[in-house]
Structures are given as structure tokens and as C-alpha cells.
Design a protein around this ligand. Structure first.
Ligand SMILES: *Cc1c(COP(=O)(O)O)cnc(C)c1O
Length: 424
């Protein structure tokens, strides 16, 4: 019988250390690995022996993390990276050539919008933004240089649930992969491959690590895209002179994407996760199902409290029956609606600034997915440089407060919000 999610969270990819018997996965804090002899060394460099060479490319602690997340997502293989942004970068680097484009939802983490809009331009990669609420806006922008579609499952700034199946159909029709950033949902709530996605990326920094103590990212290969037949991805399907003519799609089967990202992108660009961070994140993964359920249960209690508070003008949380995304949330994420959402305070900008400064249990900071409850007022911080019109378009109007609800006791979280709302 296939093991269940909770069991995989604890065990997938791990076994007692064969030399010491250590039960927890050790931190293999080493740069390089001794070869038995020259033949073995030669075979490793030729990829005919899959063993370790150098920790930029593979590391045993990192390998357990990769196998575990691949198992939780239902993918064929994974590549861990130094951060979520590094995962996005290497995923695109594997797919794109200069002059290519991709279609991305407009409703994304702000850092991804920056990366796509400004920095990718210097590689001659071009983003075209579409509306996550309307699949036809993706299709309308596809041309013969389009190499991927990129969406978030639960989209920023919180409260939006994307209809993954509809967008996957368009990607399929045009023979390009659908990449889903599954950071806000985690595989506990949504497994995008079950809905037609081909590649999943994560910021492990958020709920998967879960404790606000380490940066990390990961690319997961769905193993369900025919690169050869598509013919648009030379890094995956053309012979590699640096590996004696090896063709990744022939040599690596359904792991061709993840392995190409490793042996070309990671090898040459190098945003490797440290073994120590891989260890901390792996420890976090063991309790992912417990934490996510608590995050969701607490968030629903908090959203319900806020919805009924006289100083609150609106709450954007798909777990609420009144929310326009509630039906999609029930379809895609029946276990819960996540813990990141926004709400509006009637007094506007000044009331929001006063509110966040009066909170005690909540930490005012720019992060999500910590065990601790977090708050930010985007208009005075992350979106400060935008005009009022731009702020409203980005979901960061003057009255918007964003919460990431932690795993404390819900009554304590609500009490903190209540006392701060009472003061304004
Ligand atoms: C934080 C985040 C990222 C970027 O990840 P880092 O680990 O901070 O580099 C990407 N996507 C989403 C949805 C995020 O929340």
C-alpha cells in the first residue's frame, strides 16, 4: 500500500545512517567526497555512477530533503536550492533561451514579479502577465516563443485560489509546461501534479521549513511532460558536449527536467542549499501536516472573528463561506484555506499603522509561514514606493493589513487582535 502523507512527511527518503546507525538524518557538512579509485572518479564525472562528487551538485542531507518533498508532491525527482527565488531562477534557466517568453499570473509574490519583470530581462527572457482569475488571458498571449506558464496555487496577497486545472489544459494544448509555485498551500493542502501541473517550485523558507529560521527552495519535477515531443527545450533534448553527447531526455527518463536543472543549472550557476539548512527544513517537514492543519484552523477562527468585528470593513479569506473563492477552495484544498490573508480596517492608513503598532503577540515583519503569528501593513512597508493607484491594483491599498496566522492558541491570537482594534 502506498504510504499516506503523514507517514511520508516523517520517513520519505530517510533511513538510519549505514555507518553510525544515527536515526535522524545527519548533517553531512562536507564539501567533497573521496573516490575509491580513479575509475570510480571517472564514472562519476561521466554520470554513469550517480555517487557524490562535490556538494554544489549533490549532498546526502540535501538528497533526503529532495526525496521527501518529491514524495509529498507526487513528483519524480527534485532539486533543492538556496532559496525560493533560486528555485524559480533555475526552473526558468532550464527552459528558456534568449528571446523566449513565459506567461505568468499577475497575482504573485512581489519578489517574483520583480525577478520576472526586471532581472530576467537581462537574460533576454520576457514575462507576459495574465489574470489568474481568467484562464483565457493566458492563452491569448502565447506565441511560438512561449516556453512556460507560471502561477501560484494560493496566490498572493492571500485569499485567491487559482483554478489550476483550467490553466493546465491551456498549457497542455500548447505543448508547454505549467509551473506552479505551491509555497502558500504546501503539498498538504494542494498537490498541483494531481491537477495537471508539470513542475512545482517552493520557497522552503515559509511553511515547509515552517519555523522562520532557514532559507531554502526546491524544484519538483512532475515527470509528466514529453520534452522530446514538444521539441522546444534544447537543454533537455539536445546532445551535451560537456557530457560526451549525452541527451538528458533519453538518459534520465521522467526525471529529465530535475536532472538537467542540476547538472547544468546548479552545476554552473551554483545557488546550493547548505546542508545545515537542509537539515533544519527536513526537521520542519516532519511536522508539516500537524502544523498546516493548525495554521488553517487558527486562520479560520481569526478570519471569522474579524469578519464580525465592527471596525473591520472586509476579510479576504477563501475559507469563509462568504468568500468568492470558497467553492474553488473546497475543490482544491478541502483540508483548509492556508493561513495567509488580508483584511481591511475602516479607519484607513492611519488606523492600520496604529493597529500594527499596538499588536503584542504578532511580529511586524516581511515573512509568512512561521510558527509565530506575523503581520504587515503593505502600504507603509513593502509597497511604500508605489502610488496609491498602484497600491490598490496590487492589493496593497492604504486600509489593507496582511496576516500570517501562527500555531499559537487561537484564543490568544484573537485576544491580541481584539485589544489592538479596541485602541484605534
Ligand atoms: C517567499 C516566496 C518566494 C521567494 O522565496 P525565498 O525563499 O524568499 O527566496 C517565492 N514565492 C512565494 C509564494 C513566496 O512566498
Amino acid at each position: 500500500m502506498k504510504q499516506k502523507f503523514e507517514t511520508l512527511s516523517v520517513h520519505a527518503g530517510a533511513a538510519p545512517d549505514p555507518t553510525t546507525g544515527a536515526r535522524a538524518t545527519p548533517i553531512y557538512q562536507t564539501t567533497a567526497y573521496v573516490f575509491d579509485d580513479v575509475d570510480q572518479a571517472a564514472n562519476r564525472f561521466a554520470l554513469s555512477d550517480p555517487g557524490n562528487i562535490y556538494s554544489r551538485i549533490t549532498n546526502p542531507t540535501q538528497a533526503v530533503l529532495e526525496e521527501r518533498i518529491a514524495a509529498l508532491e507526487g513528483g519524480s525527482a527534485a532539486l533543492a536550492t538556496a532559496s525560493g527565488h533560486a528555485a524559480e531562477f533555475l526552473a526558468f534557466q532550464t527552459l528558456m533561451e534568449p528571446g523566449d517568453n513565459f506567461i505568468a499570473a499577475r497575482q504573485l509574490y512581489g519578489g517574483s514579479i520583480n525577478q520576472f519583470t526586471h532581472t530576467f530581462k537581462s537574460f533576454d527572457w520576457h514575462v507576459r502577465f495574465a489574470d489568474a482569475n481568467d484562464a483565457s488571458t493566458f492563452e491569448a498571449q502565447i506565441n511560438d516563443r512561449t516556453r512556460a506558464i507560471f502561477i501560484e496555487s494560493f496566490a498572493n496577497p492571500g485569499g485567491i485560489v487559482v483554478d489550476i486545472k483550467k490553466i493546465a489544459k491551456i498549457a497542455q494544448k500548447h505543448n508547454i509546461p505549467l509551473i506552479v509555485d505551491n509555497t502558500m498551500a504546501t503539498p498538504y493542502l494542494i498537490r498541483p501534479f494531481e491537477h495537471g501541473a508539470n513542475i512545482v517550485v517552493h520557497s522552503l523558507t515559509k511553511f515547509i521549513g515552517g519555523h522562520g529560521n532557514s532559507m531554502g527552495g526546491i524544484i519538483v519535477d512532475g515527470g509528466n511532460f514529453d520534452w522530446k515531443q514538444s521539441g522546444k527545450y534544447p537543454k533537455i533534448t539536445e546532445p551535451r558536449p560537456d557530457y560526451a553527447g549525452l541527451v538528458a531526455s533519453d538518459a534520465f527518463g521522467n526525471m529529465a527536467f530535475a536532472l538537467t536543472a542540476r547538472i547544468l543549472g546548479m552545476r554552473d550557476l551554483g545557488p546550493t542549499i547548505s546542508p545545515f539548512n537542509a537539515f533544519l527544513i527536513l526537521t520542519g517537514v516532519e511536522t508539516l501536516p500537524l502544523r498546516m492543519q493548525r495554521h488553517c484552523d487558527n486562520a479560520l477562527s481569526v478570519a471569522t472573528f474579524l469578519e464580525n468585528h465592527p471596525k473591520v470593513s472586509w476579510v479576504s479569506y477563501s475559507g469563509l463561506k462568504s468568500n468568492p473563492y470558497h467553492a474553488l477552495q473546497q475543490q482544491y484544498a478541502p483540508n483548509g484555506a492556508g493561513s495567509v490573508f488580508t483584511f481591511g480596517i475602516k479607519g484607513g492608513y492611519d488606523a492600520c499603522v496604529q493597529f500594527v503598532s499596538k499588536l503584542g503577540l504578532f511580529s511586524l515583519l516581511a515573512n509568512i509561514g512561521d510558527t509565530r503569528s506575523l503581520v504587515i501593513h503593505p502600504a507603509s512597508t513593502t509597497h511604500r514606493q508605489l502610488t496609491d493607484t498602484q497600491k490598490i491594483a496590487a492589493g496593497a491599498g492604504p486600509d489593507v493589513v496582511r496576516l500570517s496566522i501562527g500555531i499559537e492558541n487561537a484564543a490568544d491570537i484573537i485576544a491580541d487582535l481584539e485589544q489592538a482594534l479596541a485602541i484605534i
